[in-house]
Every structure is written in structure tokens, then in C-alpha cells.
Design a protein around this ligand. Structure first.
Ligand code: OAD
Length: 230
């Protein structure tokens, strides 16, 4: 029985070494394109083709990418612990590494959703085009959360964060809410790690800060945790 629970909050940085760009900072996705042009309900109303093009490119990049050592180490942690990964990422690299319990706060690019009825979801490996419709006849959109939209998985993520014996934050600037507020729900007595090569976004001093890339820092923390249970 795996009774100790490791909860992970991951962001774009965990997939950086798989070749997927982060959002902020030099060379980040949001430097080259404006959030309001591609990642808001208003952008969708204004120019659906542009929004679809942006996410079709993301999906193509993600399909070409492979999980890295950080994703794989988190999978291995399941040999010893109950592990839940709360990810802000829309990619499927945690699942492709074999992780079995992943909560996608900001949606999943490999699914399409009806723009009329958010319960209508479809697997989506290729592009979404204008004219692709759901069973009720409305245009399909990517199954992602845009700025200004609610985050339906937040309640579930808060419940999970509250049960953490160990909490690992990796590869996120913690600039986007409500996702960033999850650190506030983690029990005081849990052991917390923050893995990021530029760990600037965290004020909470109860975290062990590991200033490394995910592919190095995550396996290191995973070995430490496994050793605790040996
Ligand atoms: P950001 O781009 O804001 O932050 C990425 C973080 O990853 C930064 O702190 C980097 O220092 C770190 N990083 C870079 N390379 C790394 C590596 N090799 N290993 C580990 N960390 C590395 O990305 P997020 O915090 O994930 O939302 O962004 C949050 C949300 O903002 C996204 O989910 C997306 C975006 O707009 C929506 O689109 C709704």
C-alpha cells in the first residue's frame, strides 16, 4: 500500500528540454505573440483561424517532442509513492512517460472541444480547421483554458494539494493564477521542493530550492525520496 502522497505542480519548464518553449522570459512564446491575440475568448470571437493556427502549431511541436528524464523520473516515483501530477502544461509528455494520475489545469491540446457544449470532447492528433464541428454542429476549438476563462479543475487540484506529504514544484514561474495559489494549500508540515534553473518566483521559504534544469533536478529529488522509503 503506497500511503505517502507526492504531489507535483509542473509548468512549461519541465518540457523545455524536450524542445518545447516556455512562455515567459527571453525567447518565450509570449515574446513573439500576444496573449490577447491567441489565448482569450475575445481572440476566438475576432479571428478563429488565427487561434486555431496558433494551437495547431503547438500540437505539431508537441507530437514531435519526447518525454525527458524529468518526466520519466516522476513516473518511476510511482513505484514507491502515490503520485499526483498537477500540470499547467497542455502537452501529454507526463502521460507518455507513463504517469497515471495527471490533472491538466489548463487543458489538453490533444483533445478538441465543442465551442457550444464544453462536455463534448474528442481525441485530436491532427489540426483543427474552420468547419470542423462537434456532434451538435458547432465549431471545434482546442480543449485549453484561455485567459479570462474559469479553471474547472482547480477545485480538484486544491483537494489534491491538501493531501500532499511531499510537494514538488518544477518549471513554473508561478506568475499565473489561480494555478500559482496551489502552493498555499499544501500542508505546513509537508516537505517541499522547488526545481527551476532561475528560481525567482517563490517567496515561501519552507521550500528546498534546487536551482537546476528539470532533467537533473527532478531525478535528484526522486532519488532522495526513494531513499527515504528504502
Ligand atoms: P513560464 O514560461 O511562465 O515559466 C517557465 C519556468 O520554467 C521559468 O521559471 C523558467 O525559469 C523555468 N525553466 C526554463 N527552463 C527550464 C528547465 N530546463 N527546467 C526547469 N525549469 C525551467 O511557464 P508556466 O509557469 O508554466 O497558460 O506558465 C504558466 C501558464 O502561463 C501556462 O500554463 C500558460 C501560460 O500562459 C495558459 O495559456 C492559460
Amino acid at each position: 500500500m503506497k500511503d505517502r502522497h507526492v504531489v507535483v505542480l509542473s509548468g512549461a519548464g519541465i518540457s523545455a528540454e524536450s524542445g518545447l518553449g516556455t512562455f515567459r522570459g527571453g525567447g518565450g512564446l509570449w515574446e513573439g505573440v500576444s496573449v490577447k491575440d491567441v489565448a482569450t475568448p475575445e481572440a476566438w470571437q475576432r479571428d478563429r483561424a488565427r487561434v486555431l493556427r496558433f494551437y495547431n502549431e503547438r500540437r505539431r511541436d508537441i507530437r514531435r517532442a519526447e518525454p525527458n528524464d524529468a518526466h520519466r523520473a516522476l513516473r518511476e516515483l510511482e513505484d514507491v509513492f502515490k503520485v499526483t501530477i498537477i500540470t499547467q502544461n497542455i502537452d501529454d509528455l507526463h502521460e507518455r512517460a507513463g504517469s497515471s494520475d495527471v490533472v491538466h489545469l489548463h487543458g489538453e491540446i490533444m483533445k478538441a472541444r465543442s465551442s457550444l457544449d464544453e462536455r463534448l470532447l474528442y481525441p485530436c492528433v491532427g489540426d483543427i480547421s474552420i468547419g470542423d464541428t462537434c456532434a451538435k454542429g458547432s465549431q471545434l476549438r482546442p480543449h485549453v483554458v484561455w485567459f479570462g476563462e474559469p479553471v474547472p479543475k482547480m477545485e480538484e487540484a486544491i483537494s489534491v494539494a491538501k493531501t500532499a506529504d511531499f510537494f514538488i514544484v518544477v518549471g513554473t514561474s508561478l506568475e499565473v493564477y489561480p494555478a500559482a495559489s496551489l502552493v498555499d494549500y499544501v500542508p505546513y508540515e509537508s516537505t517541499k521542493f522547488f526545481i527551476d534553473p532561475s528560481p525567482s518566483g517563490l517567496a515561501d521559504e519552507s521550500f528546498h530550492v534546487i536551482a537546476s534544469a528539470a532533467s537533473e533536478g527532478v531525478p535528484r529529488v526522486v532519488s532522495q525520496l526513494r531513499a527515504l522509503m528504502a
